[in-house]
Design a protein around this ligand. Structure first.
Ligand SMILES: Nc1ncnc2c1ncn2[C@@H]1O[C@H](COP(=O)(O)OP(=O)(O)OP(=O)(O)O)[C@@H](O)[C@H]1O
Ligand SMILES: [Mg+2]
Length: 235
């Protein structure tokens, strides 16, 4: 049974649709990549899946026992957020379930979860540092650790490698792959890196003049995927 099911989903703002009639399902353990041009609606789709933005029409259903507090989210970064004046530990802790923004007290379990997430992302030594004094790559690790505090089953990542150098990018992709393969975490990731999407994903949603949704194999056989393979020399 699918964890997330979109039925005739149209999304956008103020009743005006950017994308229309999307039908797809995401299953446990899928690695679902969303690619497409700037402004095509990728982040809006992710926010709609998270119920942070109401759909224009259609519905998003959850199944397979998935609960809202089992979903982690790494939002797309803005410059303002990069300048955030809080410690790494505070930022990671703020990812603990059902928690919006900052609050002064956390339970023992939440603190242990944050410590474990920081260990997983190998940032424990940065715990007391101020977030805005970190490099871009370190900041992304902090945000991934934050998302991991909530992600028991599903992790949504909006451009997790943007601004990272090639070495850190590969590390980040490997880490996400490990979460998917070892822990069985469902990954939904937005990326501009189609080559990486083709390499890591099990399923691809490509938003272009038309919308393609299917497995990686189907994508590579499709017109849009063949076009990509032609320009890059394929996989
Ligand atoms: N809060 C908002 N209110 C109204 N329109 C918005 C809002 N946020 C985004 N949009 C518009 O919706 C469209 C899709 O934006 P979205 O951020 O989903 O694109 P994207 O595919 O994530 O782009 P990028 O690759 O640049 O991150 C754009 O035309 C954008 O201007
Ligand atoms: Mg975006």
């Amino acid at each position: 049974m699918a964890q997330i099911i979109c039925q005739n989903l149209s999304l956008g703002y103020d009743g005006k649709a950017i994308l229309q009639n999307l039908n797809f399902s995401i299953h446990s353990g899928d690695y679902f990549c969303i690619v497409g041009e700037n402004g095509s609606g990728k982040s809006t789709l992710m926010k709609t899946l998270l119920h942070l933005q109401p759909p224009v029409s259609g519905s998003i259903l959850t199944g397979d026992g998935l609960k809202p507090n089992e979903i982690g989210y790494l939002p797309q970064q803005t410059l303002v957020q990069r300048d955030f004046p809080a410690s790494v530990r505070e930022i990671v802790l703020s990812g603990c379930q059902n928690c919006c923004g900052f609050r002064p007290f956390y339970s023992r379990e939440e603190k242990m979860l944050a410590t474990a997430s920081m260990e997983k992302m190998q940032i424990s030594h940065l715990a007391r540092k101020c977030y805005r004094e970190l490099s871009g790559g370190q900041q992304q690790r902090v945000l991934l650790a934050r998302a991991l505090c909530a992600a028991r089953k599903v992790l949504l990542l909006d451009e997790p490698v943007s601004g990272l150098d090639p070495k850190v990018t590969v590390e980040m992709y490997r880490f996400i792959e490990e979460l998917n393969k070892r822990d069985g975490m469902t990954i939904i990731m937005i990326s501009h890196d189609i080559a990486a999407a083709v390499h890591y994903a099990s399923h691809i949603l490509h938003i272009g003049q038309s919308v393609f949704i299917g497995t990686k194999q189907e994508y590579l056989q499709s017109g849009i995927g063949k076009n990509f393979a032609k320009t890059t020399g394929g996989e």
